[in-house]
Design a protein around this ligand. Sequence first.
Ligand code: TEU
Length: 529
Amino acid sequence: RDEAAWWESAVIYEIALISFQDSNGDGRGDLAGLLSRIDYLKWLGVGAVWLTPIYKSPFRDLGYDISDYCSIDPAYGSLEGFDRLLEALHGAGIRLILDLVPNHTANDHAWFVESASSRNSAKADWYVWADPAENGGPPNNWLSRFGGSGWEWCEARRQYYYHSFLVEQPDLNWRNPQVRAAIADAMRFWLDRGVDGFRVDASAVLIKDRLLRDNPANPQAEGKPPPQRQTPVFTDDRPETMDCIEFIREVIDAYPGRMLCGEVQGKTDRIGHFYGNDRPRLHLPLNFALLDSKWDAFSLQATIDAYLNAIPDDGWPVWIIGGHDKQRIASKIGEAQMRVLAMLLMTLRGTPFFFMGDEIGRKRVPIPPDRVRDPFEKLVPGYGLCRDPERAPMRWDDSPDGGFTTGRPWLPLEPSDGAANIAAEQRDERSILALFRALMTLRREHAGLQRGGYEPLRSQNDVLAYKRRDGRNEILVALNLAAEPRKFHWQGRGRLLMSTQLDRPPEPVPDASILLRGNEGVIIALEPR
Ligand code: TEU
């Protein structure tokens, strides 16, 4: 295994820049704000930051609608500011991953404006265009993920274009080599500046069926939001998409030490494909299984096993506990279990990802209807799909706007009273934040926790347990998923390294058993047998 694969040992921290730290009082986070918080990131101990899109954008979808791939949105700063930030991050030993959005642009991107102007334009074939059906309606039944038909009429061409997401996010035509070359150029623009890799957005939908066949109805449609009432067999995860991902990987591979991770939709059993075989694809296909799992020892064990069994032997695992599209898990499992989750995340075999705020156990922030920004909520109302509650600005302290801005925040924060915040948790040596930090420190100190093998132990009555093995050194992790105490037994002797409560002294545990308090997890170094 290549020792330069830093992404196998680093912890990766996702930042939605607009909500991290505002430096100029416009209520939106920016590059200079992030620059001012590098000390925090270093203190926390993350190895890399993944930034959601920072490029020029009309910002209808958190910047996932890009108007110019080789620019910084003026609200965020400038290219010089970006270079300064990158240098400072690297100086602090932190790598930077940018979001690459190859599937679609904003509709005000010059490429689309030209493509939509006429069927004879030089970029006529840069997007997914199709003639109307015989009745003049859309070419087929494909839906947008954000609601309604995925097809939008363009009068100038008297044709429809396809948009997997918003009407204002037309899909690029990945069958066109010019499009591939243009995205490759954009990647090289950032790679040349020194970025350490990309997270490929919506990487499973780059190619749609050439024959435009209708998607079948979803047999499990009942109760699902309208966009999920068909099975996207002709729009998602087409075999030709793998070739696009391989192409993107080749661009990355011309730059040693850079990493490609990607958002892949679908079930665990499809994840293995995204690693690639003879031609490599993603270093790290992102895995959201922990977020979807039922929260008990038995279900978690099954979730973990299913995922590890689904990836190739030489594929490196990924574990994610939060993200800008995902409901805050602290709201689902509660504060006490959030500590257990932190220990799980940092001790499983694979690269941990978490989202800004997860480290203080941030919960979903209620957003009053008149402040909602996510288009998803308006387009598919009534299903709780709004992603703003996770995207609310960081709460650095207990002031009303959390130390995030001196202006009016673009999304409101929760009331400061009693809300988790960074400053308070930095003062409290047993806070969740302290736990995240201690776990990351332990992870750096114990090779076994990073690269060691993973050996599940049979879950005993609410305790999820496994070993990590590095040569003769074994580390045992035992997590009590119950709110009541549970006794846990194992073979051999050990020394306690850490409890999720951060209140047990590092001491020998001689009799091969330990009484775990409710919601407590422990890490134990086993004596070599
Ligand atoms: O998401 C891609 C995607 O597949 C969505 O269906 C996603 O699963 C959904 O938003 C979940 O709520 C990416 C970005 O992560 C998302 O923020 C963007 O809205 C989307 O692409 C369009 O660019």
